[in-house]
Design a protein around this ligand. Structure first.
Ligand code: FAD
Ligand code: SIN
Length: 537
């Protein structure tokens, strides 16, 4: 319940960073070398996809491995759409950024001689995943967050929800996609505790707001992953790329209605776990790919989909009984499974795919610049070309770090050329009131997720996409009508944002008339040699 409605507050900062996952935290630390940083986050700062990352971060640290091998694996997974220059540079920069993380205090597992322990995951030809047992993201988040909290030039504001990017549109100018030089002056943000809408003016704005797994009924992503950054960018007319590629993680623990779904890291398969069919408990992955259980995720997720349909069960099993030292190496998973009455060292674990990672995103250049002037995007919200049409496991924490550092360095060169746009008006809430029936929001959200699960999941078709498109249009109309007379709230904006994400996924999927990477459609089951192009909106 809000007590203050029409209070208005302004703030000026050099850098405005939205999001407290790995991308936002690391960028804030690097940008603070050049200016004052305001870091906004809508929940507790510790809540993010980053905090849930299990497997680890990929980088070449072994003499048996090579940059070329990591590059090749990334390009193979990306299935023709990776930007090769980006791939080569990010992978070569990996050891340096990972060492920098260690300097901040991030601990990775080592053997008794102090050598880094490297795990293997799907699509990787060598063990190259640095990890902190099965809770790598929590370790990274903890260390970076502490550094941010202690930094004198970083202000961390928790419970602040970024509503919209401020551009010329808010100065009363008609801005369409063809408008030259769309510029970002900051954001409007809702302080949840008071209901106050702030006008936050920045020289440079950075979206580090993560993915959108909450658009699907089953997801490994926490409730914060509602695609706010993508939706804000869409409304501000930024260029967005390749949203048809939504990655489903093959092995979330099957628990009906559990949100978020609990992940069983791919590193389990790297350590010897095997997928088996639900009836005879026989391994099946070798039927689908010579790499077997360590094939890239799209292949494994589709194989699970097929096997569970053949068996008529909503899951298959993961047999992890042969994984050495399970309780010590994977303590989070061990404890969670035990709490559900499943002992992974003795029983098969039911698993099903879950929406996991938004491969497409706001299109950026090689330093994180978007098509909007003074707006950068880093981390899962961005599309840099590293992942192409399918992300190689454990490449995303890496991408977030490399691009956060690049964006901070690039924007520092131009920071002083930009001043604050003082004539931006405050948010005008006239004509709106608090909603009497929040249930409208939850019903529409439920409908949206169900239709995305039913029609826009792992296997698609023209017919299913068209059904989805019509239903999303209806939800859009209803929700926008409600929004027109309703005072902003986080729940309402998250719904609007998820509708925008669903629209983008369906739109991009309808444009791609082939099956490639994570996009598989029954109407065009083959790759089309002429379609090695990004889908741009
Ligand atoms: P996030 O970490 O999601 O952070 C986004 C932040 O933005 C959050 O703090 C959120 O609250 C905030 N935010 C969003 N919208 C707003 C708004 N409107 N206003 C204010 N704040 C906002 N990747 C790997 O490389 N290796 C792994 O082992 C791995 N394991 C994973 C396991 C799980 C269960 C999940 C879910 C993901 C995993 N990933 C892994 C993917 C990886 O964790 C994410 O891609 C990465 O952490 C994204 O970082 P980010 O900083 O871009 O976004
Ligand atoms: C996992 O641990 O399986 C997730 C790794 C990733 O998403 O990169």
């Amino acid at each position: 319940m809000y007590f203050v409605i029409f209070a208005k507050v302004r703030w000026r900062t050099d850098y405005l960073v939205i999001g407290s996952g790995v991308a936002g935290l690391y960028l804030a630390l690097k940008a603070a070398e050049y200016g004052e940083v305001l870091l906004l986050t809508k929940d507790k700062a510790s809540e993010s996809n980053t905090a849930y990352a299990q497997g680890g971060i990929a980088g070449v640290f072994s003499s048996q491995d090579s940059f070329e091998a990591h590059i090749r694996d990334t390009l193979v997974a990306g299935d023709g759409l990776c930007r090769e220059k980006v791939v080569r540079e990010v992978i070569r920069e990996a050891p340096a950024v990972i060492r920098d993380l260690m300097e901040y205090g991030v601990q990775f597992d080592r053997d008794e001689r102090g050598e880094l322990l490297l795990a293997r995951e799907g699509g990787h030809s060598h063990p190259r995943i640095l990890h902190n047992r099965d809770a790598t993201g929590a370790e990274i988040s903890r260390v970076l967050l502490e550094a941010v909290r202690n930094h004198p030039r970083i202000h961390l504001w928790e419970g602040f929800f970024a509503l919209d990017l401020i551009t010329q549109h808010h100065l009363g100018i008609y801005v369409n996609r063809g408008y030259p030089g769309i510029t970002c002056y900051g954001v409007y943000a809702l302080e949840e505790a008071t209901g106050v809408i702030w006008t936050l003016l920045a020289r440079v704005t950075v979206l580090a707001s993560g993915g959108a797994g909450q658009v699907y009924p089953v997801t490994t992503n926490p409730p914060t992953a509602t695609g706010d950054g993508i939706a804000m960018a869409l409304r501000a007319k930024a260029r967005i790329a390749n949203m048809e590629f939504y990655q489903f993680h093959p092995t979330a623990l099957y628990e009906p209605d559990k949100r978020p779904a609990f992940l069983l890291t791919e590193a389990l398969r790297g350590a010897g776990a095997t997928l088996v069919d639900p009836i005879h408990h026989r391994p099946f992955m070798h039927k689908y790919d010579p790499r077997g259980d360590l094939a890239p995720r799209d292949i494994v997720a589709r194989a699970i989909d097929t096997e569970s349909k053949i068996a008529g069960t909503p899951f298959v099993y993961l047999d992890a009984r042969s994984v050495p030292n399970f309780p010590e190496r994977f303590p989070t998973i061990y404890e969670y499974c035990k709490s559900k009455g499943l002992d992974p060292t003795e029983t098969l674990l039911p698993v099903a795919p879950a929406a996991h990672y938004m491969v497409g995103g706001i299109d950026t250049d090689e330093v994180g610049r978007t098509s909007i002037h003074r707006l950068y995007a880093v981390g899962e919200v961005s599309y840099t070309g590293l992942h192409g049409s399918n992300r190689l496991a454990s490449n995303s924490l890496l991408e977030a770090l490399v691009f956060a550092e690049r964006a901070a360095r690039d924007s520092a060169l131009v920071l002083k050329d930009y001043s604050w746009q003082e004539d931006v008006p405050d948010w005008d809430p006239r004509g709106t009131r608090h909603p009497e029936e929040m249930v409208l929001i939850s019903h529409n959200l439920q409908e949206l997720r169900n239709l995305m699960g039913n029609y826009v999941g792992i296997v698609r078709s023209n017919f299913r996409l068209e059904r989805a498109r019509r239903r999303i249009a209806l939800l859009y109309d209803e929700t926008e009508a409600f929004y027109a007379h309703t005072y902003p709230s986080r729940a309402l904006f998250e719904l609007r944002n998820l509708i925008a994400v669903a629209y983008l996924i369906v739109k991009c999927a309808s444009i791609r008339k082939e099956s490639r990477g994570l996009h598989y459609t029954l109407d065009y089951p083959q790759k089309h040699p002429k379609l090695i192009v990004d889908t741009l909106v």
